[in-house]
Design a protein around this ligand. Structure first.
Ligand SMILES: *Cc1c(COP(=O)(O)O)cnc(C)c1O
Length: 420
């Protein structure tokens, strides 16, 4: 086998990677609420020789020999995850957040199960029973709505839906919800209808890890998450649970829904969890929340409305129903100003999901770059002005100039040894 530098072996892929690092570093403000930037040590773990091994099974119980170091790495990841989240058991093998959810539905409650999740356009994820997703096709999903007045999930609405649907499992935790998830409230509902309670903390796991959000345990039985959003780790998923579900959860992932684990990704998860246990990570999570509050102030100072009136976490949802623009147009004008956000339905949105009346804006990635309250407030004001004046090319040019200065001032990888 001949080893060559990527640049020489595959110039096309090499060039795409070079361009991507440039894009991330200096082309736009990354404000997609589910995205983040991993540190060099995680890139290193993910790019490691652990990719070469089949490690089907679990530490100490593998199907193939030669897994000594893989056991070591997976155990580190599992132990650290349990420590962070106060879980009895962790399965770090799910390839993604969606597969983690499907594994739980498929094995823990089974194929004819009744499941209750949020109304999809009220902040949920495709894997919470959407008709275009396997979850909606294979399981009998009922939904609970967000409250029209408070624009929050309220006990009376969840309870009413639970009593009507009589679910075996209730899902709480969202992709576009700016408020704290009240796990205790969901437990009360789950107990009332005798359902298993699953929290999907894909978005908020970094905040939970740093105790900047209510803990899902002991209220929830099972917790699924991604490891690449606010917790800032390797791309992938994870399932945490109470002891009584441990064996079933492990079976749910392997052999029920997956084959061999992606051990290089699991190494990246282990490193991510070590980072999340450091005191600096707590500062990071606190800064995310402070930054989001400043972003919200900036947006409101320009006269924009926010769903539920504000934020408790890492994102805001701007309600454009009173504005002369749609989510689709706002997303594309902001992109032209080098500010990357995504259009998003607001609760009871009159527009279609392809157009929408909202944009979702998150701060984990910019917080990773080192930006603080002052910058986020200014960015909020800029977004507000752009959304109010979608046709003002002069303003857009001015915003691009300021974005470029901010990117220079807060380097991402260019002041480290990360090459490519
Ligand atoms: C992102 C997300 C997922 C899915 O994660 P993937 O890794 O993209 O499959 C699941 N649930 C919620 C709430 C999410 O936000």
């Amino acid at each position: 086998m001949k080893h060559r530098d990527l640049e020489e072996a595959d110039p096309e892929v090499y060039e795409a990677l070079k361009n991507e690092i440039e894009r991330q570093e200096s082309e736009s403000l990354e404000m997609i609420a589910s995205e983040n930037f991993v540190p060099k040590q995680i890139l290193e773990a993910q790019g490691s020789v652990l990719t070469n091994k089949y490690a089907e099974g679990y530490p100490g119980k593998r199907y193939y020999a030669g897994c000594e170091y893989h056991d070591k790495v997976e155990n580190l990841a599992r132990e650290r995850a349990c420590e962070i989240f106060g879980a009895d058991h962790a399965n770090v093998q799910p390839h993604s957040g969606s597969t983690a959810n499907l594994a739980v539905y498929g094995k823990i409650v089974g194929k004819d199960a009744k499941i209750l999740g949020p109304v999809l356009s009220h902040g949920g994820h495709l894997s919470h029973g959407h008709s275009v997703n396997m979850s909606g096709d294979f399981f009998d999903f009922g939904t609970y709505p967000i409250n029209r007045e408070t624009e929050r999930f309220e006990k009376e609405d969840v309870m009413k839906a639970a009593k009507e649907h009589n679910p075996d499992l209730i899902v709480c935790g969202y992709s576009a919800y700016p408020r704290e998830v009240d796990f205790e409230m969901f437990r009360e509902v789950a107990d009332e209808v005798d359902a298993i309670l699953m929290a999907d903390i894909a978005h908020i796991s970094g905040l939970v890890a740093a105790d900047e959000h209510m803990q899902p345990f002991p209220h929830c039985d099972i917790v699924t998450t991604t490891t690449h959003k606010s917790i800032r780790g390797a791309r992938g998923g994870m399932i945490l649970c109470k002891e009584e579900y441990a064996d079933e959860v492990d079976q749910a992932v392997f052999p029920y829904s997956q084959g061999g684990p992606l051990m290089h990704q699991i190494a990246g998860k282990a490193v991510c969890f070590k980072e999340a246990l450091r005191p600096e990570f707590k500062d990071y999570a606190r800064q995310i929340k402070d930054n989001t509050k400043s972003l919200a102030e900036g947006l409101r100072s320009e006269g924009l409305e926010l769903v539920s009136g504000g934020t408790d976490n890492h994102l805001v949802l701007v309600d454009l129903r009173e504005e002369d623009t749609t989510g689709k147009e706002a997303e594309s004008v902001l992109e032209a100003c080098n500010i990357v956000v995504n259009k998003n339905t607001v609760p009871y949105d009159p527009e279609s999901p392809r157009v929408t009346s909202g944009v979702r804006i998150g701060t984990p990635a910019l917080t990773t770059r080192g930006m603080e309250e002052e910058e986020l407030r200014e960015i909020g004001e800029m977004i507000g002005r752009v959304v109010k004046r979608v046709e003002d090319e002069e303003l857009h040019e001015e915003v691009r100039g300021r974005v470029s200065e901010l990117l220079d001032e807060f380097p991402l990888y260019s002041d480290s040894e990360v090459e490519l």
